[in-house]
Design a protein around this ligand. Structure first.
Ligand code: NAD
Length: 457
């Protein structure tokens, strides 16, 4: 095992591991301890990506210079179906980040039970410093370099940080130019609706997060709170995922009291109207500076007192060094990998419930799956149909995770009793969190398909 720390280790005992791929492997290892019947060799296989492509290519920029880029595409596992996962354009993309994101995609697709495996891609670049024409050249060249590595039945990209429907339209067009004469719409999801995209896809990750939160509250994960009415919400990241979540949680009766993006954060205890924040962002490029709100730094935002904290930006935001200052009751992980294992252990010890990324943000890939089905069937479903199907998938996934959690550590009442015993010193081991349950569901499902298909030859 490559991770240097152990589950529940005190943050002071060892330097914290921040490599996302090692974190992802550790999470799978931890889950495997609840699946003792699985062969250790199988677990080793399931922890590693099937392949990682590294591509280096140039483009001529709109200012006439030649610029070189490094890009990655990882396929983690395709036991349950074609690889599926977004493409990130960000200056801090690394091979290990892409590998981690690909493996989380495998587990996420299994939790939400869509017939895909896990994949992910990334280009080391700062899209804010590139013109639209540069981004078009970069996307076309990257897609051409990927060649036959992607395809509607092999590996299907989607948007992630720094990319969106417009990028997916270019990716689709490039692939289509190289594969004329067949229906290639299913090669990529998250396309604009008028180019084969699904209604509801842009909102799907935020909406799925709302569905999961509502179901988990209904099922009693927070003692004494059954719905979102009046709950205060803080959101880090006001992009596709966080911006939509702000609107939907607000519409569901919660009060959004702080939001941030890479330009800064804003806070108003009386509540921020997300529509006004969106308008301000459209006009100025950031939520920062919205009239009537107090400015907060990124660090301060995470530590504001609230009922629900939603990290919706990047990995490793809640860590050993800031977890003690987190003052929330519930963390809804809409970003991938926002909480480190050490921080997660501390949140669990403090009885702060975490709805883990591989469940909470799985709405995006779920509607990507719906888009792929519509593309293959030449259909366009009404938005209401998409949202209803999404809500049902997210409800089932939440129930499966809660059910597994109960199998592992008893009912919520039994856990509360166990916790009291822990405080009295009669118990020594903290019950596992919902992330563990979600990983056990996922690893079990992927392992089962792998074994039932048989390891080739
Ligand atoms: P995006 O590029 O649309 O938005 C990212 C937002 O985060 C931007 O507002 C950016 O300014 C902000 N940001 C970046 N660094 C920040 C920081 N340090 N503090 C505060 N804000 C910061 O990307 P997105 O698609 O919304 O993705 C956000 C997260 O959700 C990522 O972790 C991504 O992997 C995950 N996710 C996305 C999808 C999807 O469908 N797009 C699906 C599942 C998970």
């Amino acid at each position: 095992m490559s991770n240097p720390t152990s589950v529940g280790a005190s943050p002071s005992e060892a330097p914290e591991e921040l490599n996302p791929f090692l974190i992802a492997q550790r999470q799978a290892d931890d889950a495997a301890r609840y699946l003792p019947e699985l062969d250790p060799g199988l677990i080793e296989f399931l922890k590693k990506p099937d392949r990682l492509l590294t591509i280096e290519f140039p483009i001529t920029t709109s200012s006439g210079e030649v610029k070189n880029f490094i890009a990655y595409r990882a396929v983690h596992n395709r036991a349950r179906g074609p690889g599926k996962g977004g493409i990130r354009y960000h200056p801090e993309v690394t091979a290990d980040e892409v590998r981690a994101l690909a493996s989380w995609m495998t587990w996420k697709c299994a939790v939400v039970d869509v017939p895909f495996g896990g994949a992910k891609g990334g280009v080391i670049c700062n899209p804010k410093e590139l013109s639209d024409e540069d981004i078009r050249h970069l996307t076309r060249r990257f897609t051409a370099e990927l060649g036959e590595a992607i395809g509607p039945y092999t590996d299907i990209p989607a948007p992630d940080v720094g990319t969106g429907p417009a990028t997916m339209a270019i990716l689709y067009d490039t692939y289509e130019m190289m594969h004329k004469g067949s229906n290639n719409l299913g090669v990529v999801t998250g396309k604009p609706v008028h180019i084969g995209g699904s209604l509801g896809r842009v909102e799907a990750t935020g909406r799925g997060g709302l569905n999961v939160t509502q179901r988990a509250l209904e099922r009693g994960v927070l003692e004494g709170t059954k719905d979102l009415k009046g709950m205060t919400v803080v959101i880090q990241g006001f992009g596709n995922v966080g911006g939509v979540a702000a609107t939907l949680f607000h519409e569901a009766g919660a009060k959004v009291i702080a939001v941030s993006d890479s330009g800064g954060g804003i806070h108003d205890r009386d509540g921020i109207d997300p529509a006004v924040a969106h308008e301000h962002k459209r006009e100025t490029g950031s939520v920062s500076g919205l009239e009537g709100c107090e400015a907060v730094s990124g660090d301060e935002l995470l530590t504001l007192e609230c009922d629900i904290l939603i990290p919706a930006a990047l990995e490793n935001q809640i860590r050993a060094d800031n977890v003690d200052d987190i003052k929330t009751r519930l963390v809804v992980e809409l970003a991938n990998g926002p909480t480190t294992p050490d921080a997660a252990a501390e949140l669990q010890r403090r009885q702060i419930v975490v709805l883990p990324d591989i469940l909470a943000n799985a709405g995006g890939v779920t509607v990507s799956y719906f888009e792929w089905v519509q593309n293959n069937e030449n259909e366009q479903w009404d938005e209401q149909v998409v949202n209803e199907k999404l809500a049902e998938k997210m409800r089932r996934a939440t129930d499966a995770v809660l059910q597994k959690h109960e199998e592992i550590c008893g009912t919520l009442d039994q856990i509360r009793a166990r916790r009291k015993a822990l405080r009295r010193g009669e118990e020594s081991i903290e019950p596992p969190d919902l992330r563990m349950a979600a990983f056990v569901v996922a690893v079990e499902r992927v392992a089962r398909v792998t074994l039932d298909r048989g390891i080739w030859p």
